[in-house]
Design a protein around this ligand. Structure first.
Ligand code: 3PG
Length: 395
């Protein structure tokens, strides 16, 4: 059910779970993507005359009331993004919440204090869900990026009040459905990042679902090592060679082609523009060199793979993209994907912490069909897991 199914909400108190967990630097919000993602739902509810009560967490205060993690810091930034006044209510349940809401008029917007100040939040304590339900008439979950947490405000509350998906949640779910649910085939996935160990479930799920799996970043080294390539002093989880081999076999059985780099950028030190930088075949990496990026020939071949696909899911950079020139492969392949998307040939969906930073760095995040606001939740979705916050909405 979405906001379209809510009926008349004029004068109703609507509890809206948003993800306001935004990065801060020197007291200001350094990336307001999540605030902008929350905007459509908040404005629509306010314009339909609801009293909009925003529930959210901020950081990990571990059940303690710690002013460092107060959502009062987000009131002004959210107000600026919305172009509306936003009030702050110093608790998300109990008398302070009741008193704050009592003076609100239809169409008013308020942020309620950090749900994680209550120990019951992360425990998904029904008593806290009841206390929050007591201050509202309806519940909207708009926080896909927190939906992998079975907490009182993301899961429990959905069972206590009539529950609806917000506009941002709806957009995320539709995009993810188009990417891996019932995708237009052939489907490619790009999975990068430092370690195989953190993405084993992602890889195992993807080999069964996609036609082409492109593996980059440090994790490609483990796969190269498993295939007998000497990766020098590259980051490599040698103890996972058998696991990598099992993934190759699962891919073979499922008809999924795994693509690994066959040329690479290597250097003797991990630094920007190192004098020892060179491009070589993966079989020519010296004992004192490390692989830091996919090479230009392999990137071109990967671009050709994308040209033959209709859907792309992307998580993780192909190289050490934060250090020049090891951003080259990620930038080049991201630009190819963006161009194919602009031409209407590719549905491209990306997500996960570093990924969005990498696409922004390549200047193409806006050209992808959809870029998720989620970090951990996007990964769990790529692992094929059911997210508790989403499941509760469907019940
Ligand atoms: C996130 O930042 O990915 C979400 O807000 C979830 O935060 P958490 O990892 O602290 O639960």
């Amino acid at each position: 059910k979405t906001l379209d199914d809510m009926g008349d909400i004029n004068g109703k108190a609507v509890l809206v779970r948003e993800d306001l967990n935004v990065p801060m630097q020197d007291g200001s919000v350094s990336d307001d993507t999540r605030l902008r993602a929350a905007m459509p739902t908040i404005l629509e509810l306010a314009d339909r005359g609801a009293k909009v009560l925003i529930l959210a967490h901020f950081g990990r205060p571990k059940g303690q009331k710690n002013p460092e993690f107060s959502l009062s810091k987000i009131t002004r930034p959210l107000s600026q993004v919305l172009g509306r006044e936003v009030q702050f209510i110093p608790d998300c349940a109990g008398q302070a919440a009741v008193d704050g809401i009592a003076v609100m008029r239809p169409g008013d917007i308020a942020i309620l204090e950090n749900t994680r100040f209550h120990p019951g939040e992360e425990k998904n304590d029904p008593a806290l869900a009841d206390a929050m339900a007591a201050i509202g008439d309806l519940y909207v979950n708009d926080a896909f990026s927190a939906a992998h947490r079975a907490h009182a405000s993301t899961e429990g509350l959905a069972h206590k009040l009539p529950a609806f998906a917000g506009r941002s949640m709806e957009k995320e779910l539709n995009a993810l459905q188009a990417a891996l649910g019932q995708p237009v085939k052939p489907v490619a996935a790009v999975v990068g990042g430092a370690k195989v160990s953190t993405k084993l479930d992602v890889l195992n799920n993807l080999v069964a679902k996609v036609d082409h799996l492109i593996i980059g970043g440090g994790m490609a080294n483990t796969f190269l090592h498993a295939r007998g390539v000497d990766v020098g002093k590259s980051l490599c989880e040698k103890d996972l060679a058998d696991t990598a081999e099992a993934i190759f076999e699962a891919a073979d059985r499922a008809g999924c082609t795994i693509h690994l780099p066959y040329d690479v950028a290597v250097a003797k030190e991990f630094a920007a523009n190192p004098p020892s930088l060179r491009i070589c075949n993966v079989h020519e990496v010296a004992a004192d060199e490390m692989i830091l990026d996919v090479g230009p020939a392999a990137v071109e071949a990967l671009g050709d793979v994308l040209k033959n696909c209709r859907t792309l899911v992307w998580n993780g950079p192909l190289g050490a993209f934060e250090i020049a020139p090891f951003d080259k492969a990620t930038v080049a392949l991201a630009r190819t994907a963006a161009a194919l998307t602009r031409e209407g040939q590719l549905i491209s969906v990306a997500g996960g912490g570093d990924t969005v930073a990498a696409l922004n760095h390549a200047g193409v995040a806006g050209d992808f069909t959809f870029v998720s606001t989620a970090g951990g939740a996007f990964l769990e979705w790529m692992e094929g897991k059911e997210l508790p916050g989403v499941k509760a909405l469907m019940a």
